[in-house]
Design a protein around this ligand. Structure first.
Ligand code: ARG
Length: 459
């Protein structure tokens, strides 16, 4: 049991208490950030003259060695240390003796852990953004190939109006693009350095907090030392953004599962991204999409967990806050993994264009356009709506689509119909006359695709 604080104690910590209290098992995940933070701290101590040039260099060099030894597997992070901070400091002292004991001058584990968690979260945020960008590039590739792939658009899970696959996927593009913008906003807000807050009240040493912040690529130091050690808002915001990403992925999953069903057959998930059944030989299951949908709950759980942990904590640091780590780490790893898998699934998935088009044809998705045709020929919209309703009823009885009715049949219900109605209600016309920006026509989609391409180039 290696602890940094034995001085005022007369007894050993109870073993169960030690294990309950220790965090090394999970905070070892940010050993790199802990060392990076310590290096910046030492550099700053050297700059303001608290450490000599020689001491500064010796500590920095040894911290680099510890990092190297951990990464090469030569130095193992074991549970004989209470936490990662103790591990690094104890090893430094082992190697450097008295000089190593100066590392923690003007610092508390409270501002140290606040810094480590922030650095780690910032890194994870950037990695999530990279995954999202690659995913958006993949979505855009499929969009470009499918500006003319007609499919039914749905409301209430009922076929509504014809759209294209590019248009449908474009909706997801917007969602994941907003997710990236959310990450960017969070990064801006969180990018302030808490180091130098001390335990809660700053320190009496003349620390140069601006310099430490600059070394660690923050926009500046945090402005209140109590807040500096107590704040986990940035993590809550990140978990909220991760939850929103999962919500989007989960909706997408739900659609892919439906589209992949025998009844729909809109898509076929690649063998490499499906699994079989142990009993039913014919089965090819969309497990990846189902798992992504399922893991959404666990990411929401992390957000709820941290919100609940934080809600009753008085200022400043309390040990409750150690509970931020396991759930947050799990959520971060889960979301990055899900985005990457989803991208692979989309890039290998087959889109069954004929099935999609046939489905759009059979579902009266051009009924609104038939009504609009009548309006353009002088019939008030409410009357046109009623007339087309009758036409749909007639088609349902005969089990045909509107364009399979002949002109006499149409005229018998409303004499305004002329030969040009067939052109007006063809799926191609229905889609390609929806020309406003954001609508599914090929022209409108191509404009949007260009905007998205420029966005991806710049961001
Ligand atoms: N393991 C602790 C955490 O994760 C580090 C901070 C410990 N500070 C303290 N005063 N006990 O929050």
């Amino acid at each position: 049991m290696a602890q940094l604080w034995g001085g005022r104690f007369t007894k050993e910590t109870d073993k169960l208490v030690y294990n309950f209290n220790a965090s090394i098992e999970f905070d070892k995940k940010f050993y790199r950030e802990d060392i990076m933070g310590s290096k910046a701290h030492v550099k700053m101590l050297g700059k303001v003259g608290i450490l000599t040039q020689d001491e500064t260099e010796a500590i920095e060099k040894e911290l680099d060695k510890i990092l190297k030894d951990v990464e090469s597997g030569q130095l193992l992070i074991t549970d004989e240390y209470e936490d990662i901070h103790s591990f690094v400091e104890a090893n430094l002292i082992d190697r450097l003796g008295d000089v190593g004991k100066k590392l923690h001058t003007g610092r508390s584990r409270n501002d140290q852990v606040a810094l480590d968690m922030r650095l780690y979260t910032r890194e994870q945020l950037d990695e999530t953004d990279v995954e999202l960008k690659k995913f958006l590039q993949e979505i855009l590739t499929v969009m470009k190939e499918n500006t003319q792939t007609v499919m039914p658009g749905f409301t209430h899970m009922q076929k509504a109006q014809p759209i294209t696959l590019a248009h449908h996927l474009g909706a997801y593009f917007e969602m994941f693009k907003r997710d990236r913008q959310r990450l960017f906003d969070i990064r801006e807000r969180m990018n302030y350095c808490p180091l130098g807050s001390g335990a809660l009240a700053g320190t009496t040493y003349p620390l140069d907090r601006e310099y430490t912040a600059e070394l660690l690529e923050f926009n500046g130091p945090t402005l209140n030392s109590i807040d500096g050690v107590s704040d986990r808002d940035y993590l809550i915001e990140f978990l909220s953004a991760l939850s929103t990403i999962m919500m989007h992925l989960s909706r997408f999953s739900e659609e892919i599962i439906t589209w992949n069903s025998n009844e729909y057959g809109f898509v076929e998930i690649d063998d490499a991204y499906s699994t079989g059944s142990s009993i039913m030989p014919q089965k090819k299951n969309p497990d990846i999409a189902e798992l992504v949908r399922g893991k959404t709950g666990r990411v929401y759980g992390a957000l709820m967990s941290l919100l609940t942990t934080m809600k009753g904590i008085p200022l400043a640091y309390n040990k409750d806050m150690q509970e931020d780590k396991e759930v947050a780490f799990d959520a971060m790893d889960t979301v990055k993994g899900c985005i990457a898998l989803f991208r692979g699934m989309i890039s290998t998935m087959k889109f069954n264009k004929e099935r999609m088009e046939k489905s759009a044809k059979n579902g009266f998705t051009n009924a609104t356009d038939a009504a609009d045709y009548l309006v353009k020929n002088g019939v008030p919209f409410r009357d046109a709506h009623g007339i087309v309703g009758k036409i749909v009823l007639y088609c349902l009885e005969k089990n045909i689509s509107i364009d399979e009715m002949n002109l006499e049949e149409l005229k018998a219900i409303c004499p305004v119909f002329k030969e040009d109605v067939y052109e007006a209600i063809s799926l191609e016309t229905c889609v390609n006359t929806r020309l406003t920006i954001g609508a599914p026509s090929k022209d409108a989609m191509e404009k949007v695709i260009k905007i998205e391409e420029e966005y991806l180039e710049k961001n």
